[in-house]
Design a protein around this ligand. Structure first.
Ligand code: CA
Length: 231
């Protein structure tokens, strides 16, 4: 049975969430602030986090950043603010989906279950190692290193999605991959949240690898997709 953790400070909303998810057969935990939520995440290893944006003290965005530094755990953001910029911010920060309050309970449950399904269908990479002049990947040990300016190897911490995205690129050196192809390979989800999600994941991957300059090895091909040029 999947375990759901809600980080939500409004008791009425927490009660509603508990009713919805327990009735649907999930184990449900809740915490009223970010630090308690992060501790519980370590201790209880939930399968999905429902994360309120407006929390006392540490806000939901900061909590999301902390989660994303550590894990690819699916996160569904809850917010009273339905503005487009907030949705974009949520996706850019690595949220898996975004629901605006007041939400319909059927819709919320359906979206949570879609996020859970996507998270559990992850393909395994084939060869154990990849390396070229730009990057080395040890797939079994899940280690990625890039040469720094002095030629030393620098280890890069990637989330699971970023790791799969990088593997998808290096398996198709020189080829232009469309967002749909990347969703299919890296997310195993061609009908998912779409190009915005790919764009922000590529931006995060480039930043972490130090490839966010003009001559980045991962190039955006206008109107088409992305290409890893290799070396
Ligand atoms: Ca709140």
């Amino acid at each position: 049975m999947a375990k759901i953790l809600a980080v939500e400070d409004e008791p009425d909303t927490t009660t509603l969430l508990r009713t919805v998810f327990e009735r649907a057969g999930y184990e449900f935990l809740s915490r009223a602030d970010g630090p308690a939520g992060l501790r519980t995440l370590h201790e209880e290893r939930p399968d999905l986090v429902l994360l309120d944006v407006a929390l006392p003290g540490m806000d939901g965005w900061t909590v999301l950043e902390r989660i994303r530094d550590l894990a690819d755990l699916p996160v569904l953001m809850l917010s009273a603010n339905g503005m487009e910029c907030d949705k974009v911010r949520g996706l850019r920060s690595g949220a898996d989906d975004y629901v605006t309050k007041p939400f319909g309970t059927d819709e919320l449950l359906a979206r949570a279950e879609a996020v859970l399904r996507r998270a559990t269908r992850i393909p395994a990479p084939r060869d154990e190692r990849y390396s070229d002049a730009l990057v080395r990947i040890d797939r079994r040990r899940r280690i990625v290193t890039v040469p720094d300016r002095d030629g030393d190897e620098r280890a890069v911490d990637l989330t699971n999605i970023e790791f799969r995205l990088l593997n998808t690129f290096v398996q198709h050196v020189g080829a232009v991959l469309t967002p749909v192809q990347l969703l299919e390979h890296a997310w195993n989800d061609p009908t998912g949240l779409g190009p915005e999600r790919v764009k922000f994941a590529v931006l995060r991957l480039r930043r972490k690898l130090g490839w966010n300059r003009a001559d980045s090895p991962i190039q955006a091909v206008r109107g088409t997709g992305y290409r890893y040029r290799g070396r």
